[in-house]
Design a protein around this ligand. Structure first.
Ligand code: PA5
Length: 456
């Protein structure tokens, strides 16, 4: 049978707004391993302080310290230039996007999430080059036609070694086939507006270059040109993505956890860590195309919160990614019966782009009578409910974020929600959620090994 395409229904808030069900994170639902509501109340002055600090540090648009939380408005001015470059990229059949960590994970997550549904019209195929894998890059270039391929090199610092080296290889491949001048018209860079090797190169060679706002760190940059350029080129409605972020920002204006979903989530994750020793934070979408969203979340959470506080104590919980239903058959056993150090967040989808009925021939009817009239959508929904139920029955704290649909708007809400939760959590822990000193020392040491200044 052919899948049915879900017709867009008339929008109600439930159709367009994500919603959070945090009941099973509280002790009154799951017992002693949940958070006591009184503990959230007792934290209210601290939460109001975190909110005030966040609000203060957001003032000033792209110049603000927390500019990453203003992007829905602050990027509006640059959108026409981004969209015009995206239009030029659409003349190509393939676009290679080079970048690593925050310069890559967000765009991969959104591209994957929207691969099946919410595209205005298909654009060039995006190929992501992040980790160095000589065989992968060799084979990728062997399958592409240089005259039909553009490249976007994304690096905020403009000198990250994985990005720079792979860009050099790809440039040489383009120049060899196309000649230097034609090759230059096929290259874009997204980098710091003033500094770094990529910026300097773009000046000497006249390459198209879009800025990464200096105050926005890599892992918070998907809603800048870092994500918007390749996503717009591939047909994603980037205005809807930003509109979704704005919708969520507007829901998070209150200093009270009861009226601010990001503040409530930050309070819960924080209290589950410091009061209940829940040191692993597992994100488990029951949506396969949100698998890479898990990777984006993992970096955001780990790199922002995994820090030492001024008193020397460690902050942050270890983010773990999973995906339903696969990890029921992989990690669930350990989740349930091993150490009781975990909090679970499920992402559940209300309405899929397609409904796929399950054909039930005579040969299958006796074995699967309960599948009569069911769709694949029903099977996954049952698996999600069952997993959540068993985790709740075992007394493990868990939350569910319901996504009404997988659209650019809803993803914008989700991205903004997570960025806000992370910044609030950082303030609660008393650390800076925006820096990454350990990552920077790793980068410096790698260069020293290449220079021969360091040996094994
Ligand atoms: O979030 C971060 O700051 C890092 O993960 C960076 O994005 C990553 O190291 C890549 O850096 P850059 O964009 O400077 O190439």
């Amino acid at each position: 049978m052919t899948p049915h395409q879900n017709k867009p229904a008339v929008s109600s808030p439930a159709d367009i707004l994500l919603s959070i069900d945090a009941r099973s994170a509280y002790a009154d639902a799951i017992g002693g391993e949940g958070v006591a509501r009184a503990d959230v109340d007792a934290l209210s002055a601290e939460l109001a302080r975190a909110h005030a600090l966040m609000t203060e540090r957001r003032r000033g648009g792209l110049e603000a310290e927390y500019a990453c939380l203003n992007l829905h408005d602050a990027m509006q001015e640059s959108l026409p230039a981004i969209e015009s470059d995206a239009e030029r990229l659409r003349a190509f059949t393939d676009v290679i996007v080079i970048g690593i960590g925050g310069s890559n994970l967000g765009v991969m997550a959104v591209a994957q999430a929207l691969a099946y549904g919410d595209r205005k019209n298909a654009g060039p195929r995006l190929h992501f080059v992040d980790n160095i894998d000589p065989d992968y890059l060799h084979d990728l270039l062997a399958t592409l036609r240089a005259e039909a391929t553009a490249v976007i090199a994304v690096s905020k610092s403009g000198g990250t070694i994985e990005t720079a080296t792979q860009y050099l290889v790809i440039r040489e491949w383009l120049e060899r086939t196309r000649g230097r001048d034609a090759a230059r018209a096929q290259q874009w860079v997204v980098t710091d507006p003033q500094q770094g090797w990529l910026r300097a190169l773009s000046r000497t060679e006249g390459l198209r270059a879009l800025p990464v706002p200096p105050k926005v760190g890599g892992r918070y940059s998907v809603l800048t040109a870092v994500g918007l350029l390749p996503l717009a080129a591939s047909g994603v409605d980037v205005r809807a993505l930003l509109a979704g972020a704005r919708t969520n920002a507007a829901r998070c204006e209150s200093p009270r956890a009861s009226d601010n979903p990001a503040l409530e989530l930050a309070a819960l994750y924080y209290l589950l860590d410091v009061r209940k020793d829940k040191r692993l934070s597992i994100l488990m979408p029951y949506v396969h195309s949100l698998r890479l969203f898990g990777d984006w979340y993992r970096q955001l959470w780990a790199e922002s919160l995994g820090k030492r506080r001024t008193d020397g104590t460690p902050a942050g919980t270890l983010p773990v990614t999973a995906v339903g239903a696969i990890d029921q058959h992989s990690q669930l056993q350990m989740y349930l019966e091993s150490r009781r150090d975990k909090v679970f967040t499920f992402l559940a989808l209300g309405r899929w782009t397609h409904e796929v009925p399950i054909p039930l021939p005579e040969s299958a009817r006796a074995t699967f009578p309960y599948l009569a009239g069911k769709r694949l959508n029903d099977v996954l929904a049952a698996e999600f409910l069952a997993t959540r139920q068993v985790i709740t029955d075992y007394g493990h704290p868990n939350l569910t974020i319901h996504l009404p649909r997988l659209t650019a708007d809803v993803l914008g809400q989700l991205i903004d929600l997570y960025q806000r939760v992370t910044v609030y959590a950082g303030i609660l822990y008393g650390i800076n959620p925006l820096d990454q000193p350990a990552v920077e020392s790793g980068k410096r040491l790698a260069v020293q090994y290449l220079q021969g200044a360091k040996q094994t």
